[in-house]
Design a binder for this molecule. Sequence first.
Ligand SMILES: [Zn+2]
Length: 311
Amino acid sequence: MRGDAVRSIVAFAVILSLMVFSIALSTASGAWLISMDAPLVKVSSSAAASSPPPDPAPAPPPVEQTAAKAPDPPAAEPPATEPPVKDPPQNPTVSDDYPSDKPIKNTNPSAKKIAFLTFDDGPSEEVTPIILDVLREHKVKGTFFVVGFNAERHPEVLQRIAAEGHRIGNHSYSHRIKSIYRDSNVLLDEIQSCDNAIASATGLHPRIFRAPGGSRPFLKPALAAKVTEAGYQYFDWNVCPGDAVVNGLTADQMTRITLQQASTKSYIIVLLHDSYTMQQTAKALPRIIKGLQEQGFTFQVIEPDTAPIHF
Ligand SMILES: [Zn+2]
């Protein structure tokens, strides 16, 4: 009997130990599972099994507080100031002001600052009419150095240029810089063919010429002499907005370059273009006109006796 009693006690003790161990193990595993989702909150195993999800753990510091300490995010709009633009190369021998020892003809004597707006390489159906509209709106006359080939294709545009009081100039027939300066015969043929195209559309024979690419380096002294002998005066420029650069400038950039270059001068010939890709030129033109007027310039057209600018 005594042995049975001892075995019973031992058996009871074992069962009791197993029960205690089981309860302890259950509680521990429940706490572990909870801790995987919400490590900062201790809940009972029963609560984890049957209750709605516990309240979320304390939130980390608000994102706004963290962001407030960080630098301002980049603005969605581009910065107001444009990146610097290198001015197109300009011939350094062109003086800033028109030399005072040469007479300035065909100008308003009361005007102290004179600007000539010149438009090369047209006429085009796409851009020339827009430019003419802008000039009419601002009551400004310009000078169009046209390419004969384009004049033949768009005589009606050329007629409008003349009818609205602008001047037309000769800019060669083909504008092929690699061939037109080969010798004086080729160059004079180019000029004559352009004159024929201008005359057939308008009846005019303008005696003002702009050398494609500019007189330097292309119009060598011997060629320049032939052009002069043929009765033409040729005109370069001293303000170059760069509207014909390969990658293109924006209207804002052209405007800024024009006004910057003009700001130190009192007699300017501005080189612009009205060929069919020059929409940005047309877009810039109202601001160029307004800006030059604010600098005190008045506008004139180029005539054969206008004091030239030569490179
Ligand atoms: Zn040209």
